[in-house]
Design a protein around this ligand. Structure first.
Ligand SMILES: CC1(C)CN=C(N2CCN(c3ncnc4sc(CCF)cc34)CC2)S1
Length: 489
């Protein structure tokens, strides 16, 4: 039967956030593995109680200090915990021989979760990520299914099964050194699920969705970080419940302090977003966190993740630091240029579309309305980064089965480029070196660098230099960008 430790029982009934943090820190600092099922039930219970309509009306308004919560009873948590154990151990044999999981076991656990979900429901709804949602409503989102499979394998004693995360998908690794991979959930809309299969070997391996085999492979503590990152404080599209956001922020700081976010760029970025809204640490700013997320992606994932740069670009944009935002977005585009666009990549397509057709045009409008003394329209570095941004998207499209650009991209693009005066544009030195080699390298499979060493840090250590203020060099542009800039000069 489920083992519910006395040290955790003593914390109930939970009445405030500090007690929830204590429950998590007990689990995270204990020599045993943190209990993924227990922590997901507790965080899901609190999130769902505080973000459901009924609470919004009553409970929260009369809580004097912000950390007070409605009482969460031990019995509620224990009953759900036992229910999950029964569902899993009732259908799949436990690992009595302490061996590695097999593909069949992983698929069976995935089937148990999959077949117990409500037949049809709105999959993108909020608050469907936790085991609380699964056990009380038989609903999970696609991340939630993957997390539930890993939690189920932990219940069975298959401690080699771990969560693998790209920027928009989740799967599992298992076996010696996590050498095996398996799909356990669905992705996107209207796509047949590939549950049980190995992770993309064919064309999908070149899509952003699988981050060129550089996913975040979680430890148990990083799986807790993924679950904490997935906490959703939204009451509705416009309002967050501050107690839930505070709980998420406290838990992320605890995980950060113990080093469990070091190899998890998106979790660091999530913490940066929370810190920007409500700073808790005077010594570490949200800007520091966005920079750390980028350093982590460069150091551990060969700079093949896009989101760290869009976290940072979003921060600069919100704080009207437009020159810096252009540099972040150019760096984001430098990542995507190495991928082939596939229909599974809609999420990152929407991200670039919003930057190109909403955020940049807004910046241009702001910069060309007044008499901005220090306008970016006079800065060659901004023009160079804009060209690099567009060029990366053009190169992303090259060699892809699915087109990226369409006429809707062209008008904002030309509009933006033409806002820079000829004398500023003339300062950007377009050098077309090793174009052939670059294009060939993408087509011949080594899609990220010419020397196949797949080590961003080493390859770029000496070459990450700022273009000099006067001469901007932006080498081997896509012909479209080159033609456009030639037309403007
Ligand atoms: C810069 C942004 C547009 C702001 N938020 C972003 N995200 C919010 C948080 N996200 C995440 N945060 C932590 N871990 C994960 S694992 C995953 C793939 C599905 F499992 C997504 C994701 C996804 C990305 S990217």
């Amino acid at each position: 039967m489920a083992v519910f430790r006395d040290v955790d029982k003593a914390l109930f009934p939970i009445k405030n956030i500090n007690t929830v943090v204590k429950l998590f820190t007990n689990q995270l600092e204990d020599s045993n593995e943190p209990d993924l099922a227990l922590l997901s039930i507790v965080s899901g219970l609190i999130e769902n109680q505080l973000t459901s309509r009924s609470n919004a009306a009553g409970q929260l308004t009369d809580s004097p200090e912000s950390n007070v919560l409605p009482r969460f009873e031990l019995e509620d948590v224990e009953n759900l915990y036992k229910k999950f154990h029964l569902i899993i151990t009732g259908s799949v044999e436990s690992n009595d021989t302490k061996s590695y999981a097999t593909r069949e076991i992983v698929k069976k656990v995935s089937d148990v979760i999959w077949n117990s979900l409500t037949r049809s429901y709105y999959k993108d709804r909020a608050h469907l990520q936790s085991l609380y949602s699964y056990l009380t409503g038989s609903k999970l989102d696609c991340f939630g299914v993957a997390y539930a499979v890993v939690a189920g394998c932990q219940v069975l004693g298959y401690n080699d099964v771990h969560l693998a995360l790209s920027e928009d998908h989740a799967w599992v690794v298992f076996g010696p050194n996590g050498s095996e991979t398996a799909e356990v959930t669905w992705h996107g809309k209207g796509n047949e699920d590939k549950r049980g299969q190995e992770i993309g070997k064919g064309v999908s391996a070149r899509s952003w969705l699988y981050v060129n085999s550089k996913p975040v492979v979680c430890t148990r503590h990083m799986e807790v970080a993924a679950m904490v990152s997935a906490i959703n404080p939204s009451l509705n599209a416009n309002v967050d419940v501050s107690e839930v956001a505070l709980l998420q922020q406290e838990l992320l700081w605890h995980l950060y302090d113990f080093g469990h976010l070091k190899k998890y760029p998106m979790a660091i970025g999530n913490l940066g977003d929370l810190e920007e809204i409500s700073p808790k640490r005077p010594d570490i700013s949200c800007k520091n966190l966005f920079d750390e997320a980028i350093e982590s992606a460069r150091k551990y994932y060969n700079n093949q993740h896009v989101y760290p740069y869009t976290y940072q670009g979003g921060y600069y944009y919100r704080n009207k630091m437009y020159k810096e935002a252009f540099e972040s977005w150019a760096n984001a585009s430098d990542v995507i240029r190495g991928y082939n666009y596939s229909r599974d990549d809609e999420e990152i397509y929407k991200e670039f579309l919003e930057i190109a057709n909403e955020l940049i045009p807004y910046i241009m409008k702001m910069e060309s309305s007044g008499f901005e003394a220090n306008t970016i329209l006079k800065k060659a570095e901004c023009f160079a980064n804009l060209l690099k941004f567009y060029d990366g998207i053009c190169q992303w499209e090259e060699g892809s089965a699915t087109p990226v650009l369409h006429i809707g991209w062209a008008k904002p693009l030309v509009n933006t480029i033409s806002k820079f005066d000829a004398d500023v544009r003339a300062q950007v030195n377009i050098v077309c070196d090793n174009v052939e080699e670059k294009l060939c390298s993408k087509k011949n499979g080594s899609i990220f660098n010419n020397n196949n060493n797949n080590n961003y840090e080493k390859e770029h250590a000496s070459t990450i230099t700022k273009p000099s203020a006067t001469k901007q060099s932006a080498s081997n542009f896509h012909p479209t960008i080159e033609a456009l800039t030639a037309a403007c000069s």
